[in-house]
Design a binder for this molecule. Structure first.
Ligand SMILES: [Ca+2]
Ligand SMILES: [Ca+2]
Ligand SMILES: [Ca+2]
Ligand SMILES: [Ca+2]
Length: 487
């Protein structure tokens, strides 16, 4: 399953269409099956109007490109044919930077979701000189480039930096591909070829590299984008943001109480931590996207959690129960800390009452921390009362029913004992509550074992989700064998 940097792809299209209509369109989509495999370019500057090509299938009767945010509007269809529709897009000057999701709406259905990015910078296509395709393209600081690096292709860019000036770079590639795995790789070198930074994958955007560095001297610096294995398949689209912007990797604390001001440190930028104070939204929102502004806006935000309960911040040293971070606040709470060096272990004291039931959820990797957390809850006698390593992802989570009144101790550590300055985590301890989630039915094609060794079958399934009053959520898959096909 393709990863997305945040949950933009899952953000509901709630401002766009009534729920009933969404389901109606969903049912139509089963018959019409418009497919959206790529948007090129999958980026546009805020405040700008431009054209993009949507490629896929059954797009001849396309009516619009629908975004999750009304500040991105499709203002017209330029040309529509079976496999491609070209549309005009207008992005409001105050549209959110970063990731958005979009679908093509046709007369007969609505396509699958693809990602689209809004940049603060002018956007242009990578250019290669015909007579000298290896010559780097000179780009200004504060530019968004899009292009392709198929097969062994490499695209090179040259930027001019003064000593001490920061260079921020983001590549978006894996998140744009749907038919093939495209794994971008980034190198930053001096003009003489000395490599200053080489990055393939990172916790912030997984297979898409981001980095920042401070220029060691006045000079020209070379950026090279390629597929990590020199064998880029398919379209291999990428988007490259280059500028003097800060590129923090995580925020600490990684969330706060709704409707309250929160002071956060943005960590991981080459020029050092940044401090910001933000007003978090109402508790209807689960997340807040923070754009760091430091000389230039950072094109992709750092995501914070929004909770209806207060924060507790760790106090080091807290390596054992005897030195646990003290806390007199009642649950529910969010415990925040950093596994800041190898071997760091953090403990927090909490108080709970018999019969209470809590969902204890760690937010670390899902907020782009490099940690693989392990969570344990101890009682005062040293008995392990709850714990978890991975709760459906690398972040830990457990439902905890309290058996006795008393003090308890929450322990957080990294599974491999690794820590770093960006090893941020947040443990949300919340009362168990009913939760209802709705979304479009999703059709997926998955391989099925076939008798013929050189072929496999694909079937189409509808996934439905349901929530009970107890808050449990089940996802069921119903198959439609009549449309199985051998390919
Ligand atoms: Ca990569
Ligand atoms: Ca710590
Ligand atoms: Ca510690
Ligand atoms: Ca884990």
């Amino acid at each position: 399953m393709r990863d997305t940097i945040f949950t933009g792809a899952l953000r509901p299209f709630r401002n766009q269409l009534p729920l009933a209509l969404l389901f109606a369109i969903g049912n139509l989509a089963f018959a019409g099956s418009p497919r959206l495999t790529h948007i090129y370019p999958a980026v546009g500057q805020r405040g700008a109007e431009f054209e993009v090509a949507c490629r896929g299938g059954n797009l001849a009767d396309a009516q619009t490109l629908l975004f999750d945010d009304p500040k991105l509007q499709c203002t017209g269809i330029v040309k529509a044919e079976g496999g491609q529709v070209t549309v005009k897009i207008k992005v409001a000057p105050d549209a959110s930077l970063g990731e958005h999701s979009s679908r093509v709406v046709t007369a007969s259905g609505i396509s699958d979701v693809r990602l689209f990015y809004v940049s603060p910078f002018p956007v242009s296509e990578a250019i290669k000189e015909k007579d000298n395709p290896k010559k780097p393209q000179t780009v200004a600081l504060g530019t968004t480039i899009y292009g392709r690096t198929q097969g062994e292709n490499q695209d090179s860019f040259e930027v001019d930096l003064k000593k001490g000036q920061r260079l921020g770079v983001e590549v978006i590639g894996t998140r744009l591909q749907t038919q093939n795995v495209y794994d971008p790789h980034l190198t930053i070198a001096k003009a003489d070829g000395t490599i200053l930074s080489e990055i393939d994958d990172c916790a912030f955007s997984r297979q898409d590299p981001v980095t920042s560095l401070v220029a060691p001297e006045d000079a020209k610096y070379l950026l090279t984008v390629k597929e990590a294995t020199n064998s880029g398949p398919g379209e291999c689209h990428y988007v490259l943001n280059v500028g003097t912007f800060a590129r923090p990797l995580v925020a600490y604390p990684a969330g706060g109480a709704a409707d309250q001001e929160l002071k956060v440190k943005l960590l991981g930028d080459a020029a050092g931590p940044l401090e910001r104070t933000v007003k978090l939204p109402s508790p209807q929102e689960e997340f807040f996207d923070l754009i760091a502004e430091d000389t230039q806006p950072t094109p992709q935000p750092n995501r914070l959690r929004v909770s209806p309960f207060p924060n507790v911040l760790e106090v080091e040293p807290n390596e054992d129960v005897a030195h646990a971070t003290p806390n007199d606040l009642p649950l529910p709470l969010a415990l925040n800390g950093i596994i800041e060096k190898d071997g760091d272990v953090d403990h927090f004291k909490i108080t709970a009452k018999k019969g209470e039931e809590y969902d204890v959820k760690v937010w670390a990797r899902r907020l782009r921390s490099p940690l693989d957390t392990v969570l344990t809850i101890w009682d005062e006698k040293g008995a392990n009362v709850a714990g978890n390593d991975d709760d459906g992802n690398l972040d830990s989570g457990v439902r905890w029913k309290v058996n006795a009144d008393g003090n308890y101790f929450v322990k957080v550590e990294d599974k491999l004992g690794r820590g770093s300055a960006t090893g941020v985590y947040r443990v949300e301890i919340n009362r168990v509550a009913p939760r209802l989630t709705t979304w479009l039915p999703r059709w997926c094609r998955i391989p099925i074992k076939s008798a013929a060794p050189s072929s496999f079958q694909r079937a189409t399934a509808t996934r439905r989700s349901s929530a009970s009053s107890a808050g449990t959520l089940a996802e069921t898959t119903s198959w439609s064998p009549s449309i199985c096909q051998t390919v």
